[in-house]
Write a protein that binds this ligand. Structure first.
Ligand code: R5P
Length: 268
């Protein structure tokens, strides 16, 4: 039987804003620029993100994009990316540090803080200590921590690696974990005592991305934290609604894809 530890009220309350009462969540990941710069679909963040906000349960992004591109009256839980210091052209992707103080996260009224760990990477130790320190701060102020199991440029994304990485994140105190969907995903979920959301990964055809979301949810993920497969779609609004149908309405892939096609026809 899975036991969850009893969280402090504030911490639990913040997490409940992200993971909804049905136990599921559609997080919109738009934090990629912290190491990828102006990637396709996010060249002008506000233009891409604003229309999607009504369909997302939370926004995962950096403080720079939050302050410059999200209206301050927006009522959506923020999952703030607080690790970085690397870039796609740099020598070693795993060389990340904590980039935002917990005071700043509180000032920005965030619902959670997110940080990447690079198990097996050159800077593995540093990123795991980053996570541990962030959890210490998060526990102090009631802010949940999302650990992202980054895979670097060449690292494998097989279930043994992702299960090792997700479990280490939970052992160090992460309150929820973001990892990738893969063959044997249920084993990753089984051995990770905190909720798991999946990243979408590189852009794939919409029907395949919906299948990915479906498989993840049906094998125990509590939700998705999807970016490129939503905002790089030619029809991002249709895509996020189709993803929601799977995550929150228990729809089949066919039902969700039908919704996508009908919204696409309406140019939504
Ligand atoms: C990756 O570094 C970022 O944390 C992204 O937020 C994450 O990979 C999820 O986005 P996507 O669905 O595009 O993989």
């Amino acid at each position: 039987m899975r036991r969850r530890y009893k969280m402090d009220w504030g911490l639990k309350n913040r997490l409940s804003r992200i993971i909804k009462s049905d136990g599921h969540t559609v997080m919109l990941a738009v934090d990629h620029g912290y190491f990828l710069g102006p990637l396709s679909g996010l060249e002008v963040p506000a233009k891409t993100i604003t229309p999607l906000i009504p369909y997302a349960d939370s926004l995962m992004l950096t403080r720079g994009i939050l302050r410059t591109s999200i209206h301050r009256d927006t009522d959506i839980p923020i999952v703030l990316r607080v690790s970085g210091g690397n870039s796609i052209v740099g020598k070693e992707l795993s060389n990340e540090g904590i980039t935002v103080s917990v005071e700043e996260a509180i000032r920005l009224n965030v619902s959670a803080m997110a940080l990447s760990i690079y198990v097996g990477g050159e800077y593995e130790h540093q990123t795991l200590i980053n996570l541990s320190k962030l959890v210490n701060e998060g526990e102090k102020y009631g802010i949940p921590v999302l650990a992202v199991t980054a895979v670097g440029k060449e690292m494998s994304r097989g279930s043994r690696y992702l299960s090792l990485s997700s479990r280490i994140a939970a052992e160090l105190g992460a309150h929820f974990v973001k990892t990738y969907y893969c063959e044997g995903f249920e084993k990753i979920v089984e051995s990770c005592p905190v909720p798991i959301v999946i990243a979408g990964g590189k852009k794939i055809p919409e029907q395949d991305a919906l299948e990915l979301a479906y498989n993840a949810i049906h094998r125990g993920a509590c939700g998705v934290d999807m970016g490129r497969n939503i905002f790089q779609s030619e029809h991002p609004l249709a895509m996020i609604q189709a993803v929601r149908k799977i995550v929150h309405e228990n729809a089949s892939v066919d039902e969700a894809f039908e919704l996508f096609k009908s919204l696409k026809r309406k140019r939504m």
